[in-house]
Write a protein that binds this ligand. Structure first.
Ligand code: NAI
Ligand code: MG
Length: 355
């Protein structure tokens, strides 16, 4: 019996609802499988915690999380707490402190889902975005001077280290080498950003040439790449992007998939020195929070990626097959997919499929 210790951070808004839903599914899956068990410890960190304690989580939260095998997160951020406070107070310290330098975000039109892209059907779009997750544009280096004066100045630095750039690009190449068409596209902007991005391109080409000659590689400027996600999303296997570019691209990816509520993500520490963290791409959705109608698929798909990471790809696949079966049948759908079902009804239907 494999017992997996899971730190659970539901966070805010619909995060609480989608995490609850995914846990219910994982528990039933474990029962059916008989070979795996999840031991959860739930932490009430987030914006509600912040209003009581003045911080998003206790000071020693990273050492608390360190002892777990894996982390499951809902969403953090809620009106009343500035978004930069909630993000820098919990999520970014975890990604950085645990060297989760790979943010893996699949973009795939699931069976039974209508993409807003005309003429694109399930199977046509199926690729993965690898987003750098620890540095780049989200560096926290900079400052603000002469606050309130007309000559006020604000500086925010972008930081690309060789180590940070090489490791994420190498990871993307490894993944591309395993893809059927062996293609890797790098997101760049080396025309406008004239130091960081030419460096990024250089590393991208060096690693490709010396270590992965079998991978077909090309670089595309981020603006054109965004357009291509809409115009020809079928040409990609793997796309590697800096922190900011990857963030923006993957919301677009979520839209292409039919709903941001379905987009999954994994924050991975490939060396497995620290726990990895699995969370949907979407946020806490204050507009629908508390109504019980959030689409649980983003969280469930993220859990399926967690199962992959834990070495149980068979279970990860079973979960996604059940999700797609339910979507294809079409009877049970949350409002973001044009249906009238609740989060719980959707999970019940997926569980019934698994059974
Ligand atoms: P959001 O993703 O929370 O919501 C955007 C839109 O998508 C809303 O209309 C919402 O109802 C809809 N939506 C999102 N998830 C859905 C789901 N599972 N089912 C159905 N509809 C869904 O993004 P927004 O509004 O920009 O941010 C809200 C809060 O969440 C902010 O405080 C933000 O900082 C935080 N946030 C946190 C993230 C995280 O924890 N990783 C990521 C993005 C935002
Ligand atoms: Mg985002």
């Amino acid at each position: 019996m494999q017992t997996v210790s899971v730190a659970v951070i539901p966070g805010d808004g619909i995060g609480i609802e989608t995490v609850q839903a995914a846990r219910r599914l994982l528990d039933r899956l474990a029962e059916l499988d008989g070979g795996i068990k999840f031991a959860y410890t739930e932490f009430p960190w987030g914006c509600a915690y912040y209003t009581q304690h003045g911080e998003m989580a206790p000071k020693d939260f990273l050492s608390t999380l360190r002892s777990f095998e894996t982390i499951m997160l809902g969403a953090v951020g809620y009106p009343g707490v500035p978004d930069h406070v909630s993000l820098w107070g919990l999520l970014l310290p975890i990604r950085r402190g645990f060297e989760q330098y790979v943010n893996m975000r699949p973009v795939r039109i699931l069976r039974g889902v209508t993409s807003p892209l005309r003429g694109r059907n399930p199977g046509d779009v199926n690729f993965v975005v690898i987003r750098e997750n620890t540095e780049g544009e989200y560096s926290s280096m900079g400052g603000r001077l002469h606050t309130g004066f007309p000559h006020e100045v604000v500086v925010q630095n972008t930081v690309f280290t060789r180590l940070g750039t090489e490791r994420v690009i190498r990871y993307a190449y490894r993944l591309a080498a395993k893809a059927p068409r062996k293609r890797l596209c790098g997101a760049t902007k080396s025309n406008g950003i004239n130091w960081a991005m030419p460096f990024w391109d250089e590393v991208f080409n060096q690693i490709g040439e010396t270590e992965f000659p079998e991978v077909e590689r090309w670089l595309t400027h981020i603006d054109a790449l965004a357009a291509n996600f809409v115009l020809k999303p079928d040409v990609y296997d793997v796309v590697v992007a800096s922190n900011l570019f990857g963030d923006i691209l993957t919301d677009l990816g979520g839209a292409v998939m039919g709903s941001i509520g379905m987009a999954p993500s994994a924050n991975i520490n490939p060396e497995r020195k620290y726990p990895s963290m699995f969370e949907p791409v979407h946020g806490s959705a204050p507009d629908i929070a508390g109504k019980g109608i959030a689409n649980p698929v983003g969280q469930i798909w993220s859990s399926s990626m967690m199962l992959d990471h834990l070495g149980r790809q068979d279970l990860g696949e079973a979960v996604m097959t059940a999700v797609e079966d339910v979507l294809e049948e079409g009877r049970v759908r949350t409002p973001d997919l044009g249906g009238r079902s609740t989060t719980n009804e959707m999970v019940d239907a997926i569980i019934a499929r698994l059974e």
